[in-house]
Design a protein. Structure first.
Length: 274
């Protein structure tokens, strides 16, 4: 006889750390491990509820004094390129895209280090060595790809995105690029290209990670039409960023026990002997 059982992962909370997006705020994360036969189901289900993957862990910000880190995704069918985005695509149309299995290379790590040293020298990943980088790329229990962009004449690697393939879209886990090509708007270009990849594959969404109201670091995500934000338990179309400003208020977050209770878990098929 066949019946269904809920997948019941254990959830934990990290110790508070300084928030990288809002001054004088502390950040903590709710997380669970991603492993076993139900990993794919769990990743799909929790990604729909604002979680992100890092290696074999799924996490979601769960701060005590705000709920400003909101998961963002692009509705591919609702997306329309702006004039500036068309120019960015044209500026980078000479690049060659190559999607591979999640395998770390020396060229990737050299580009990764150059990117961190130039853009995020004081960030949480600044001290990541080659072995930790390899773990970030290769330790994935689900369907993942490394999307590389290179110059055709010298095959020089200029940008990389670690991308998960979900049941309803592509999730850009982490991306980096040659900092000398900043004028080419490489970050925006990779998102635009992933929208095209999702469109070709018939996938409805491209997941971008988190967006924070009022954050200059996150402002570029607001420029994509078709943007949706996971807010108060559902996905909502981005019409005016100011609509989500209340999420930065100290009383905007629910108790951690209530947050966990409201997480919807997938069901897995189980077999029972007669």
């Amino acid at each position: 006889m066949r019946h269904t059982l809920p997948i019941a992962p254990q959830f934990y909370v990290t110790a508070p750390q300084p928030c990288p997006y809002l001054e004088n705020r502390m950040e903590r994360k709710l997380f669970t491990s991603l492993q076993g036969d139900g990993a794919e189901q769990l990743n799909n289900s929790l990604s729909h509820q604002g979680f992100r993957r890092s290696q074999n862990v799924l996490y979601r910000p769960s701060c005590s004094d705000c709920s400003a880190c909101l998961s963002a995704r692009i509705d591919v069918a609702a997306f329309h390129k702006s004039r500036s985005q068309k120019r960015i695509l044209k500026r980078n149309d000479y690049l060659i895209r190559r999607a591979t299995s999640p395998w770390a290379t020396e060229d990737q790590y050299a580009l990764f280090r150059s990117y961190l040293d130039s853009r995020h020298a004081d960030g949480g990943m600044a001290d990541m060595d080659v072995f930790e980088y390899a773990a970030m790329i290769e330790e994935t229990p689900i369907r993942s790809r490394v999307v590389e962009y290179s110059e055709p004449q010298c095959s020089s690697l200029v940008a990389v995105s670690l991308t998960d393939v979900l049941e309803d879209g592509l999730s850009m886990v982490y991306s980096f690029y040659n900092p000398e090509l900043q004028h080419n708007s490489m970050g925006t270009f990779m998102i635009l290209d992933h929208i095209e990849i999702a469109r070709e594959a018939g996938l409805p969404y491209v997941y971008l990670g988190y967006w924070v109201p009022g954050s200059r670091k996150m402002g570029y995500k607001e420029k994509f039409s078709g943007l949706e934000i996971y807010h108060q338990g559902s996905w909502k179309k981005m019409r005016d960023p100011a609509e989500f400003a209340e999420s930065t208020h100290p009383l905007s977050t629910d108790p951690i026990s209530e947050q966990v209770a409201n997480i919807h878990l997938p069901e897995q098929t189980a077999y029972r002997r007669r």
